[in-house]
Design a protein around this ligand. Structure first.
Ligand SMILES: [Fe+2]
Length: 311
């Protein structure tokens, strides 16, 4: 699936700036996303999602007839913008009109699946180094866990990655490699593929799962450790969101996970300790048997987990 080193793209995006989702009910979205731990701001008919850690707007939610991705905005360095634009066109990216109501500027285009993308010069929101893992256990002779009443609520720190369904995984992976300079981290039997950014990023920044049509599967949000993943699961169950998958640990990416199913059949993932690919590092990508690589431990995968609810 991966291209050879010789025909790799010269330039690459470094981050996801934000994504915009359309959902049928902003009221339902407000309830779900507040419970998940976001700081929400309503502005001009949209919900802006921030995390407590920064003022960055990670996602925008607006009302639409059905849940779907409106667009995905990707950031690059200033010197790379024009070469990247040319590289995208060269790779077959279709130039597109700006998304309706979009307040951000850049180069709008479509990937082979018809997903609307925006290339812009912007902040590097992906990590540039491996965050030091937080020690879950306390030192000797002290209690490692706090009492339950003192446990802080789970709050996302930053966007880690997004995963979309695609009708043709080989085609879309090739496009993201050639047009956007992304690199394949790992894949699994043509069922799922994980791509990272070449300037330092989590093991996956954008991932794809084979489906019968395009669709939005999940966004993943970094939290400090596996305890917060578990607290997040409990927090969402108490808010009435009981469907999902986890707590578990992935093999590809190694992150601890809890996926919470939203009212429209896609997922918001609490993720901790995902693998990091340093700038310029050649990650030894592999093709892994699905039964051996989806998760190291965790509950059985619910039958609805890989449903594409967008058609
Ligand atoms: Fe994920």
């Amino acid at each position: 699936m991966t291209s050879s080193t010789a025909d790799r793209a010269t330039f690459g995006v470094h981050s996801i700036d934000h994504f915009t989702l359309e959902v049928p009910s902003l009221a339902e979205a407000t309830h779900f996303l507040t419970a998940f731990g976001f700081a929400l701001e309503a502005q001009a008919g949209q919900l802006l999602l921030r995390t407590p850690a920064s003022n960055h707007i990670w996602a925008r939610i607006r009302e639409g007839a059905r849940k779907r991705l409106a667009y995905l905005a990707l950031n690059c360095f200033a010197d790379d913008f024009e070469p990247l634009r040319a590289q995208i066109v060269q790779a077959g990216g279709r130039v597109a009109a700006a998304a309706a109501q979009a307040t951000v500027e850049g180069f709008w285009f479509e990937d082979p699946d018809g997903n609307l993308l925006l290339l812009r010069v912007g902040e590097k929101t992906s990590p540039s180094y491996r965050a030091k893992p937080r020690l879950v256990a306390g030192p000797a002779r002290t209690r490692g866990a706090c009492v339950r009443a003192e446990a802080p609520p789970a709050r996302p720190q930053r966007l880690s990655h997004v995963l979309m369904f695609t009708p043709d995984i080989a085609r879309v992976v090739s496009f993201y490699e050639r047009a956007l300079g992304m690199r394949l981290s790992d894949g699994s039997a043509g069922i799922v593929a994980f791509l990272h950014g070449r300037h330092g990023s989590d093991h996956h920044l954008i991932a794809f799962a084979q489906g019968d049509a395009k669709g939005w599967h999940h966004s993943a949000w970094d939290v400090p450790d596996v305890d917060v993943v578990g607290i997040g699961k409990m927090q969402m169950q108490q808010a009435g969101y009981t469907q999902g998958w986890g707590v578990g640990r992935h093999v590809l990416g190694s992150n601890y996970f809890q996926y919470v199913r939203d009212p429209w059949g896609s997922y918001w993932e609490y993720s901790a300790d995902i693998d990091f690919v340093p700038p310029g590092f050649e990650w030894p990508s592999g093709d892994h048997a699905p039964e051996n690589s989806l998760y190291l431990w965790g509950p059985d995968v619910p039958a609805y987990f890989f449903e594409n609810t967008e058609h």
